[in-house]
Design a protein around this ligand. Structure first.
Ligand code: SF4
Ligand code: SF4
Length: 122
């Protein structure tokens, strides 16, 4: 088996941050503890401030309104289009998109190439 690291075929720094607009960005207890430590809060305070429960049982990150997508994660910088808590982000954010390609980035590149505009947002 090859140990060669595969090159990523997406660049989050050129993206609008679509993945941060997913409605349900699920967090674990370890993720909440990491957020609490990052913000120097108790776990209870971090849970109240940053997390909401959906479908009666699943903890997810809170959202706020966005000017490109309907809403984005509360930790998303909506002007710079990047994460403001990168070192403390939940594990699901670390794993996404779980490979070397990102479907949204592929779509974004395709639309920008066709529009001949590297900044357009489809
Ligand atoms: S949608 Fe894909 S390219 Fe865009 S920020 Fe998320 S992982 Fe990066
Ligand atoms: S924590 Fe950061 S990477 Fe995860 S959804 Fe929110 S802004 Fe995006």
């Amino acid at each position: 088996m090859s140990t060669e690291k595969k090159k990523l075929q997406f660049d989050c720094s050129k993206c609008t941050g679509y993945c941060c607009s997913y409605d349900h960005i699920e967090v674990s207890e370890a993720d909440i503890a990491r957020l609490a430590k990052h913000f120097k809060l108790s776990v209870t305070a971090a849970r109240e401030k940053f997390i909401k429960i959906v479908e009666g049982k699943t903890p997810v990150l809170r959202h706020r309104k966005d000017h490109i997508f309907k809403t984005t994660c509360t930790f998303f910088d909506q002007d710079k289009r990047c994460c403001t808590i990168y070192a403390a982000r939940p594990s699901v954010c670390r794993q996404y998109p779980n490979g070397t390609t990102c479907g949204y980035y592929h779509f974004l590149r395709f639309e920008r190439r066709h529009a001949d505009d590297e900044t357009m947002i489809p």
